[in-house]
Ligand binder design. Structure first.
Ligand SMILES: CC(C)(COP(=O)(O)OP(=O)(O)OC[C@H]1O[C@@H](n2cnc3c(N)ncnc32)[C@H](O)[C@@H]1OP(=O)(O)O)[C@@H](O)C(=O)NCCC(=O)NCCS
Length: 168
């Protein structure tokens, strides 16, 4: 296996919406509900708003034998106090082989190297999100009590929040 992690600026404009639609294809309703937002927001965020220089510090594109198989991004604005892992996925045909976990670990390593003290992430309790929950728990994220979240963590009924403390 030849898994590699790349900067966003190494590629021509990436259609994140295609990767997300593929990764979430197990839930047609979710894709139908989100696809327009992914196209308008995710496909443009780094190129038109954040800028590639910053994107290269908070977004990883993962390839397997030179094919893009996934990505992970995080919000670095509150570093070094904390980073918030955002969208991340592995396309369906390459799921279940450990790549999601490797990609997540790479993101945590980079957050650690930039001085981060904590990492937060949230996902859903809905069917289909067990792999995401397992992935977070298996790299050491601890599930939070939804009644004791930070003010910015606006938990919805089905949200599952996690935190990892980075030891210095
Ligand atoms: C979540 C996701 C990125 C995981 O990527 P992946 O490469 O398939 O996952 P991995 O092979 O690295 O496995 C990660 C963990 O999940 C477990 N897992 C993977 N697929 C699973 C499945 N279908 N059912 C149960 N557990 C599963 C693995 O056993 C592993 O846990 P372990 O280390 O305790 O054994 C991928 O499934 C995905 O893109 N899902 C849709 C998008 C998504 O949910 N993103 C997260 C948003 S919060």
């Amino acid at each position: 296996m030849d898994i590699k992690f790349h900067k966003l600026s190494n590629f021509d404009r990436i259609k994140f919406s295609d990767l997300l639609a593929d990764a979430y294809s197990f839930d047609k309703n979710l894709v139908d509900a989100e696809i327009e937002r992914w196209r308008s927001d995710n496909d443009n965020l780094f190129y038109d708003y954040v800028g590639l220089e910053t994107a290269d510090t908070c977004c990883i594109i993962t390839t397997l034998n030179n094919e893009i198989v996934g990505f992970i991004c995080w919000d670095p604005r509150n570093l070094p106090e904390y980073a918030i892992i955002g969208d991340n996925c592995i396309i369906t045909k390459h799921k279940g082989k450990g790549y999601g976990k490797l990609q997540l670990r790479e993101a945590i390593d980079r957050i650690t190297r930039s001085g981060g003290k904590k990492v937060f992430v949230s996902t859903s309790n809905a069917n289909g999100f067990v792999p995401a929950q397992r992935m977070y728990e298996s790299v050491g994220f601890v599930r939070l009590d939804n009644s004791k979240l930070e003010p910015w963590q606006t938990a919805q009924k089905q949200d599952v929040y996690y935190c990892m403390d980075i030891l210095s």
